[in-house]
Design a protein around this ligand. Structure first.
Ligand SMILES: C[S@@+](CC[C@H](N)C(=O)[O-])C[C@H]1O[C@@H](n2cnc3c(N)ncnc32)[C@H](O)[C@@H]1O
Length: 288
C-alpha cells in the first residue's frame, strides 16, 4: 500500500518537467546544508533523481531507497562520515520545532499533562517537557523509534486509538504528522477525544506554497526526500497536504476551534534548511 501510493505520487511528480528542476534545486540546497560542496551536491542530486526515475528497472522503489541510503555510507563531509553529520543536523531540527510550539503551552502549570501525537523519535516531546517545568509529556506514534537519551514515555498505537481515557490531556502538540496520514480526520478525532475541553493544541503542518499540482508535487518530493531518502525509515509519505486556508475547517469539524489569540494561524515560511518546505502553525482550543 505504502509503496503503491508513493510510486503513483513519484510518477506524477517526476514526469512533470516543471517540477523536477525545482525539486532538484531543493535537494541540492539540502545536501549543501548537510555540508557537501555544491558540485558534489549537484551530482548526487542528479544521480538520486535518475535512480528514482528508473526505479522499476533498478529493482523497485524500496530497493532503490536502500541503495541510495547505503551509498551515503561512503561519503565524507569535511572529513567526517556523512551519516554521522546528518544525524547530528537532524537532531538539531527538534530545537526549531520546540521553539515554535513552546510559547503556546507556557500557561500549563506543574502536574498538567501534554500529549505529543505522532512524536517520532521523541526529541521534540523531550524538549517540550524540559521547557515546561513539572508538566508531563507523553508521546504516541504508529512507529516506535525513540532516540537515545529521550526521557518521556512513548507508546506505539495503531493510528486509530491511543488507548488513553477521554479528556486525559490538558494540552497537545501534533507536529508534521497529519500530511503523513491518509485519514487526517480520524487522527484529529482521536486527539480531540483525549484532550480536555478548553485544552490547547499546537499543530505544525507542511503546506504547499500555492494552489496547483506543481507546488503540491514539489512539496511531496521534498517531503519524500527528507523522510525516505535521507532517513533509513519506513515512514509513510502519502502527500496528504492541504492548503493553509483549508486546515481550520478540518479542525472545526472534529471539535477544535482556532484559539482566541491574535497569532492563532502563522505562516512560518521555509523555516528549516534541511526540509525546505513551507510550514504553518495553528493554535487550537478544544471546544467545550
Ligand atoms: C515527520 S515525522 C514527525 C515527528 C515529530 N512529530 C517531529 O516533529 O519531529 C512524522 C511522524 O508521524 C507518524 N505518523 C504517521 N501516521 C500517524 C498516525 N496515524 N498517528 C500518529 N503518528 C503517525 C510517523 O510515524 C512519524 O513518526
Amino acid at each position: 500500500m505504502k509503496t503503491k501510493v508513493m510510486n503513483g505520487l513519484l510518477q506524477t511528480a517526476l514526469s512533470n518537467p516543471a517540477v523536477v528542476p525545482i525539486a532538484d534545486v531543493k535537494f541540492v540546497s539540502i545536501l549543501c546544508a548537510i555540508g557537501l560542496p555544491k558540485s558534489q551536491a549537484q551530482s548526487l542530486s542528479s544521480d538520486i533523481i535518475n535512480q528514482l526515475v528508473n526505479r522499476e528497472t533498478n529493482g523497485g522503489l524500496v530497493v532503490v531507497e536502500k541503495r541510495i541510503f547505503a551509498s551515503f555510507g561512503k561519503i565524507t563531509v569535511s572529513g567526517k562520515p556523512m551519516l554521522e553529520v546528518m544525524r547530528r543536523k537532524f537532531s538539531d531540527r527538534a530545537y526549531i520545532v520546540c521553539e515554535q510550539v513552546l510559547p503556546y503551552l507556557k500557561h500549563l502549570m506543574p502536574g498538567k499533562k501534554v500529549v505529543d501525537l505522532g512524536c517520532g523519535d521523541g526529541r521534540v516531546s523531550d524538549l517540550v517537557q524540559m521547557g515546561l517545568p513539572g508538566v508531563i509529556v507523553t508521546g504516541y506514534d504508529t512507529e516506535l523509534y525513540k532516540a537515545p537519551g529521550v526521557a518521556v514515555d512513548i507508546y506505539q498505537y495503531d493510528g486509530i486509538q491511543t488507548g488513553a481515557f477521554d479528556r486525559t490531556y490538558d494540552g497537545g502538540i501534533i507536529t508534521n504528522v497529519l500530511h503523513h496520514t491518509l485519514d487526517k480526520k480520524m487522527v484529529l478525532r482521536e486527539l480531540a477525544r483525549i484532550i480536555k475541553p478548553g485544552g490547547r493544541v499546537v499543530v505544525l503542518e507542511t503546506v504547499p506554497s500555492e494552489p496547483g499540482q506543481v507546488a503540491r508535487s514539489v512539496t511531496f518530493l521534498v517531503d519524500y526526500f527528507y523522510n525516505r531518502i535521507l532517513h533509513d525509515s519506513d515512514v509513510n509519505v502519502p502527500g496528504a497536504f492541504e492548503l493553509a486556508k483549508d486546515w481550520p475547517l478540518l479542525f472545526e469539524e472534529v471539535g477544535f476551534d482556532l484559539a482566541p489569540i491574535r497569532d492563532n494561524v502563522t505562516d512560518l515560511g521555509i523555516d528549516q534548511v534541511l526540509v525546505p518546505e513551507n510550514h504553518y502553525r495553528f493554535v487550537l482550543e478544544r471546544r467545550g
